[in-house]
Design a protein around this ligand. Structure first.
Ligand code: HEM
Length: 459
């Protein structure tokens, strides 16, 4: 489908690398600022901002780009009133091969058309259905965690969320296939980071393994679609499979499978990261953990859909604080379709431009002690996030705004409520402060977060 009014050849053109007229620096040959950015992304962006201003040029692993820093540029790019910025071309290099057909790599009218396919899976009535599976799996699994020797949070939450994803996205009955699917999925994720990007057999390339994983997932999901069309399942895949276009046509099996594969990526590592980082900070700050536990104890039961909006405000503030400090999508990428202007500088067509939640979320101009864990900043008295509508943007905004944000909110709250009900958690004696954090592709503790769990018994 063609995007009305948008020239179609933009996807065929090469990136513009000629940014010499914009202040900035490229850093090391080829690598640019990649190594320091992996270590401390905020520090690198802040140094650029202080030295060159809000709009500057930079380079990351061979890719020349413009960094546009601050809430006004967040608004400019995500709202994109003039259809100047392509998400498809922004994400083509990192995601194009593996997530071809995913919602984020579609633009404008075509994107809108496909977003419709997914909408019904995120309606309130669908969410009210999912919460039962989420609570059941989160309750059962977190009760078992205190019995696990040498407990590390990250692998356990990853596996719980994958199980929830399989149940909610694809429907029950998948449990026996989980290990195979998990392997394909992990291979694919490793493939997205490969430096040698060749789909050649026999050389043990991680890119090749990733593409094999992608093909296996595609075959698996496409194979499920015909049956899904004929059942009355309430899982996301059943919703997509039954959806029809305005002409009454069902969407092709491949289209449904492509959306599901992207959805798994978008949903899984993001929420895994938020829950891991939150568990670290709550273990580091037991006073906060107890404040949240008091709120959860006052509920007297697991989380219902009705509780989510109003009855766990401190859990919600903690979620928002995590998304501020460690936004799971730290930078949003776009490529210009036509020449434009940002901050007074001419930005040629086909230029990569990034905006950075990870920078805006710590700007000292807006946030009090920005590097401190302080969920009260999102409380009714302070609401630091409200100073600018595009200051706190963990879910992006505009046409591509995260379609799963309410689902992520539900997942975070349900799992956190079950954890707080079932055990107290603390860091091992002598745990590093600050610990080593890996920021890309998603924030997590380098050591997978060892935790001590003390079970809470309910009568
Ligand atoms: C804490 C968790 C999450 C965070 C921080 C997050 C963040 C984001 C962001 C920033 C975008 C926009 C990217 C851009 O405009 O360049 C996005 C898009 C998207 N997210 Fe999420 N996400 C989360 C969880 C989820 C979940 C749970 C799902 C699905 C159940 C999901 C599905 C999607 C999809 C399909 C898109 C593409 C939307 C479009 O292109 O129209 N996300 N997400």
């Amino acid at each position: 489908m063609k995007a009305a009014g948008i020239e179609q050849d933009y996807a065929l053109r090469k990136d513009n690398r000629d940014l010499g007229h914009i202040p900035g620096a490229y850093g090391l040959p080829y690598l640019g600022f990649m190594i320091p950015l992996l270590k401390d992304p905020y520090a690198v962006l802040k140094a650029h901002y202080d030295r060159f201003g809000a709009v500057s040029r930079a380079r990351l692993t061979g890719q020349n780009m413009v960094w546009a820093l601050g809430p006004d540029f967040n608004r400019e790019l995500v709202m994109d009133q003039q259809q100047l910025y392509s998400a498809r071309m922004g994400y083509d290099a990192p995601l194009g091969d593996f997530f071809d057909g995913g919602l984020l790599v579609r633009d404008f009218a075509e994107h809108k058309f496909h977003r419709r396919i997914m909408q019904s899976a995120f309606k309130t009535s669908s969410m009210q259905h999912y919460i039962h599976s989420v609570n059941e799996l989160a309750g059962r699994t977190t009760r078992e965690w205190p019995g696990i020797a040498d407990f590390h949070f990250y692998p356990q939450i990853k596996s719980l969320l994958l199980e929830i994803g399989a149940r909610v996205f694809v429907g029950v009955g998948l449990e026996s296939d989980i290990d195979t699917l998990n392997k394909s999925f992990l291979d694919m994720m490793a493939g997205t980071l490969a430096i040698i990007r060749k789909d050649w057999p026999g050389l043990g390339l991680s890119y090749r393994r990733g593409m094999e994983g992608r093909r296996a997932l595609g075959r698996y999901f496409e194979g499920l679609v015909p049956a899904k069309r004929n059942d009355d399942g309430m899982d996301m895949m059943s919703h997509f499979s039954r959806e029809r276009s305005e002409d009454g046509e069902l969407y092709a099996d491949k289209v449904v499978a492509d959306h599901l594969i992207f959805l798994l990526l978008a949903a899984h590592d993001t929420t895994t990261s938020a829950l891991t980082m939150a568990s670290y900070y709550l273990a580091r700050h037991p006073e906060w953990q107890e404040r949240l536990r008091a709120e959860v104890d006052a509920l007297g039961h697991g989380l219902t859909y009705e509780d989510m909006g109003q009855n766990v405000p401190l859990v919600e503030q903690t979620f928002h604080e995590m998304l501020r400090m460690h936004p799971p999508v730290p930078q949003l990428m776009r490529r210009t379709i036509r020449e434009t202007e940002l901050g007074g500088y001419r930005i040629p067509a086909d230029t990569m431009v990034t905006i950075s939640p990870i920078f805006c979320h710590r700007m000292p101009e807006y946030w009090k002690e920005p590097h401190r864990f302080d969920p009260d900043r999102f409380g009714p008295e302070r609401q630091e996030n409200k100073q600018h509508p595009y200051l706190w943007v963990p879910f992006g905004g505009g046409a591509h705004k995260c379609i799963g944000l309410h689902f992520a909110d539900m997942l975070f709250k349900c799992v956190m409520v079950e954890m707080l009900r079932n055990f107290r958690f603390s860091l091992p004696a002598g745990y590093a402060d600050p610990p080593a954090i890996m920021h890309f592709p998603f924030s997590k503790l380098m050591d997978d977060l060892p935790l001590r769990l003390e079970p809470i018994h309910h009568d």
